[in-house]
Design a protein around this ligand. Structure first.
Ligand SMILES: Cc1cc2nc3c(=O)[nH]c(=O)nc-3n(C[C@H](O)[C@H](O)[C@H](O)COP(=O)(O)OP(=O)(O)OC[C@H]3O[C@@H](n4cnc5c(N)ncnc54)[C@H](O)[C@@H]3O)c2cc1C
Length: 301
């Protein structure tokens, strides 16, 4: 990530200005506010604003007048109960607004999460920076032979170098042409809204992304998961750390029930019960498909 000195000064200025408020604040989130967290080679995530804390969740659940109970253990128990039973609306009472800088191909996956508010940097109005995502060698992998949506072995030596050269050369050439089309020796060039169409999907864009905690947890469960592509996972993992600092009790419940928990089908429950009773259960006598059985065994052995 390369913040300009002006951008760094703006962040420092924002953090130096404090305001008295009657609203609840989260100590952990105050430390994060405005700070740019690096992701990938030029990307970032930072919190611009937030509303609520762990207490706001229990307060909404109880529809109480004041701050609610003073006992953290009561709050934790209630938050875990709400999470366990998918009583989700109290979590919607907390909101967060992020500033994210990300490659366009990551943004395409991210934007599929419709339950957020987005405002993206306008490449009709402004000129995009010469910044492209080039994977670090440890992420330059071949197509997986077993998973159509995944990566296999890392590319090595000359092959890795050849791919990196292609990525860099293509991005550089495309950006040179972008600049060239925009302005030709003082003459009026092509409109920005048209010139951008030639840029590759690894060019960086930026947006403000505002979401409530319930839908943020949904996003994180899908995108911090090992099935998600590494590049979006890198963002989700940074956001998990931020949310842990913001609402530690809610994050703890999310980590336990959603990230660490597993869903069992009716057939899965039955197979598990039979196994616990000492019966030898196989895919053939479980009633599960091969895929279901593979996933069942992946969890239960
Ligand atoms: C590992 C992985 C692989 C994927 N692969 C593909 C792929 O190959 N192709 C592809 O197109 N997408 C793919 N996706 C995207 C995926 O199908 C979802 O679009 C994305 O994860 C957003 O999920 P969502 O709709 O639940 O989230 P959100 O849009 O945030 O919605 C949250 C919840 O709100 C409700 N909701 C929101 N909008 C509506 C609506 N209009 N109608 C009814 N209910 C609504 C639903 O309950 C939804 O679960 C993939 C996602 C992941 C994580």
């Amino acid at each position: 990530m390369t913040l300009t000195p002006e951008q760094q000064a703006e962040i420092q200025e924002a953090r130096a200005e404090t305001r008295p408020t009657l609203r609840v604040t989260s100590e952990g989130m105050e430390k994060r506010l405005y700070v740019a967290h690096e992701v990938l080679d030029h990307g970032l995530v930072r919190v611009i604003d937030y509303m609520g804390d762990d207490n706001a969740i229990t307060q909404a659940a109880r529809v109480s007048y004041g701050k609610g109970t003073k006992h953290v253990t009561n709050d934790e128990g209630l938050i875990r109960y709400l999470m366990r039973h998918w009583h989700s609306t109290p979590f919607e009472m907390c909101e967060v607004k992020f500033h994210v800088k990300l490659p366009v191909f990551v943004a395409r996956q991210w934007i599929r999460h419709r339950t957020a508010n987005v405002n993206e940097y306008s490449a009709r109005y402004s000129i995009l920076d010469r910044e492209f995502y080039i994977p670090a060698p440890e992420h330059l992998a071949a197509q997986s032979t077993v998973n159509n949506q995944g990566r296999g072995e890392l590319l090595q030596g000359e092959e890795a170098q050849r791919v990196l050269d292609i990525l860099r050369d293509d991005a550089t050439r495309a950006y040179d042409h972008y600049e060239d089309m925009l302005s030709q020796d003082g003459q009026k060039g092509l409109a920005r809204e048209l010139a951008r169409m030639n840029l590759p999907a690894n060019v960086y864009t930026q947006w403000y992304w505002k979401v409530d905690l319930h839908n943020l947890f949904h996003f994180l469960r899908l995108r911090a998961d090992t099935h998600a592509q590494y590049e979006i996972r890198a963002y989700a993992e940074v956001m998990c750390d931020i949310v842990r600092d913001w609402v530690p009790l809610a994050y703890g419940a999310f980590e336990d029930y959603r990230m660490g928990g597993v869903n069992l089908s009716g057939k899965g429950v039955e197979a598990l019960k039979r196994r616990l009773a000492g019966e030898v259960v196989t895919q053939e006598n479980s009633g599960m498909s091969k895929g279901e059985w593979r996933e069942f065994e992946g969890v239960w052995g």
